[in-house]
Design a protein around this ligand. Structure first.
Ligand SMILES: Nc1ncnc2c1ncn2[C@@H]1O[C@H](COP(=O)(O)OP(=O)(O)O)[C@@H](O)[C@H]1O
Ligand SMILES: [Mg+2]
Length: 591
């Protein structure tokens, strides 16, 4: 028995790993069992024994064929009908009443998959429609046979191949199997069959197109027979035409997803929180435990994170605010980002971190990887939990935020980025600030009052005095403007001091968002931090304003020239840091 394993290469920009091939001919019995189980689940159609099958494997294939034949003889007739029905349904769905608002093609093997977003004028709803090749019964039989042979015959264990090589390897193996077993298949059918095999071995099965659609932020499946919902960047929560039709199919997919995160979901441990290979976050539950059905939610990792340029363009902040953050961060201000769920805290944290000078050593600490920076001197740490479920049973194998921050401090960073503070790690972080480390983190709180309450209560228990180590608090909100949901920085608050008599924090707001009716930001010109920077650099008012204006000009140039990706923005920021005159000349030249 031979093990076949395809691992996707992690997508992190900073993780350029060498390619290795390991040839393995033996596998531990544990894995053997897994493959057997999978086989039973995957192959549901009967197949003929091939006369020319390799002798050494013939017996095994015969046996498996037999089992499958017995197990699925009833399903033989059901399957194609079901499939036809789905096909018909899809055709109805594209009726002329439905407008195509967006279309993407070229997904999967030979780009045979596509997706459309339709708008139904009657129900005023959007629908995310996936279109994939249709296999007839014969194609399906060949597909299952190939998967069989492939699982049994393949002898290489491929680790850390890049996607291109994996693709080629799989294609070559399948072509060999077709030849060796004298399988007669038309080129068209072959492509369609390969499409599904690739999706199963190298992709995410039914949700593969969604996982490759950059416009999707999250994917959620609430159970079998319920359409999968996606969160689209523009159209938000919309239904899709994809669903898992039976319990077994969904359960085994949820098990596969958990395994892709390196975790095991079971009745004993029915919830898995993990990270998929492309950095996406997975939350999944096993059916008949805490949820009736198996469910999963995937929050996609943004390979191309939003940058300050994007956030100015979509009016999450003003260009003056961006220039202010740029100068403040470069000169060493620590910031805490506050807001509700999905108010854009992490996104803003990541975008503004681009203003950190490239020479700073940065250590980031997160539960799951979300932060993505162009900086070279950056160590990205993620917690490792899952060996035990409760804090009490925590073993040395579990490494939480608190541990990671302690490790981070020993790595002598200039700046520490913490994805989200929730517990006792907050204390360590604030202490780090008092000892001169810059810190950037997020916390779930909607306003100053609830923030202080949250920080001072268990499990955080932060003494109020430590809050003064922080320079800026940024409040973010989800708002609806002209019927459209938007995100705005609603307030930028600088902490001045703790009044010893009243025990109240003295703050000032250099910027705030005005209102739904006047969707702009007020610059109160009341920043203590800018004043401090001005004095430290011995600038007069004019010099400070000139410096801010220069940065505004650079940001404007980036917007005008569509330099928005985090790599491009990071590069220009670094250049400005090293040689502002050169960049300002570029600004002049580009006018
Ligand atoms: N200012 C913004 N403009 C557009 N999309 C945003 C903005 N901020 C966040 N998003 C999107 O909203 C989702 C949630 O944002 P995130 O930063 O993770 O929120 P939080 O950390 O507050 O929970 C992400 O998919 C992100 O891409
Ligand atoms: Mg967040």
């Amino acid at each position: 028995m031979i093990k076949v394993k395809f691992n996707k290469k992690p997508n992190g920009e900073n993780e350029k790993k060498k390619e290795k091939i390991k040839i393995k001919k033996k596998i531990p019995p544990k894995n053997n069992k897994k493959i057997e189980e999978k086989k039973e689940k995957v192959d549901k159609t009967p197949k003929k024994t091939d006369k020319k099958a390799d002798n050494s494997h013939k017996d095994k294939i015969d046996k498996i064929d037999k089992i499958i034949q017995e197990k699925t003889s009833l399903k033989k007739d059901e399957n194609p009908k079901k499939e036809e029905k789905i096909e018909e349904k899809e055709k109805i769905k594209i009726d002329p009443n439905k407008k195509i608002v967006s279309e993407k093609t070229g997904f999967g093997y030979k780009g045979l998959g596509s997706r459309k977003i339709l708008f139904d004028d009657d129900t005023k709803q959007y629908l995310y429609c996936v279109y994939e090749p249709v296999l007839d019964l014969k194609d399906k039989l060949i597909k299952n046979k190939l998967i069989h042979y492939f699982r049994i015959r393949a002898e290489v264990d491929i680790f850390e191949f890049d996607m291109f090589q994996k693709h080629k390897q799989l294609e070559d193996s399948l072509n060999d199997l077709i030849k060796e077993n004298n399988i007669i298949v038309s080129p068209q059918s072959k492509d369609k069959i390969f499409y599904y095999i690739f999706q199963e071995f190298l992709g995410y099965g039914k949700i593969d197109i969604m996982m490759n659609d950059d416009e999707i932020e999250d994917i959620s499946c609430d159970g079998q027979d319920i359409p999968i919902f996606i969160y689209h960047k523009t159209y938000e929560n919309i239904k899709s035409n994809v669903k898992y039709t039976d319990k077994e199919e969904l359960d085994s997919f949820v098990i596969k997803l958990s395994q892709l995160c390196g975790k095991q979901i079971s009745v004993y441990e029915p919830v898995v929180d993990g990270k998929l290979e492309d950095g996406s976050r997975l939350q999944t539950t096993l059916g008949k435990t805490i949820t009736k059905y198996s469910t999963f939610t995937i929050r996609r990792f943004r390979k191309d994170p939003l940058t300050p340029v994007d956030l100015i363009e979509n009016n999450t902040m003003s260009i003056e605010m961006a220039a202010y953050f740029w100068l403040a961060i470069e000169k060493g201000a620590s910031i805490l980002f506050c807001g509700g769920t999905a108010s854009g805290k992490t996104t803003m944290l990541n975008a503004l971190s681009l203003f950190l000078p490239n020479t700073f050593k940065i250590v980031s600490v997160e539960d799951t990887r979300e932060i993505n920076l162009p900086h070279e001197n950056w160590i990205a740490g993620t917690t490792r939990t899952g060996f035990t479920t409760t804090d009490k049973n925590k073993s040395g194998k579990d490494i939480d935020m608190f541990d990671l921050i302690r490790v981070a401090l020993r790595q002598r960073p200039r700046a520490i980025i913490v994805g989200e503070v929730r517990g006792k790690e907050t204390y360590s972080l604030f202490q780090a600030m008092t000892t001169g480390h810059l810190s950037y983190s997020t916390v779930h709180a909607s306003d100053m009052h609830s923030l202080i309450q949250r920080l001072e209560s268990p499990p955080i228990n932060l003494p109020r005095a430590l809050l003064t180590a922080l320079d800026i608090i940024v409040f973010l909100n989800n708002l609806t403007i002209k019927g459209k949901p938007v995100r705005r920085i609603t307030n930028v608050t600088e902490i001045i001091k703790l009044d010893p008599e009243t025990n109240r924090l003295v703050t000032i707001s250099p910027f705030y968002w005005i209102s739904e009716l006047n969707d702009t930001f007020r610059d109160t010109k009341g920043s203590k931090i800018l004043k401090k920077i001005r004095l430290e650099n011995m600038w007069d008012e004019d010099s400070l304003n000139k410096e801010l204006n220069n940065r505004i000009k650079v940001l404007e140039m980036m917007m005008k020239n569509k330099k928005r990706s985090y790599l491009e923005v990071g590069k220009i920021i670094t250049e400005y840091n090293n040689n502002p005159k050169k960049v300002l000349k570029m600004v002049e030249d580009s006018k």
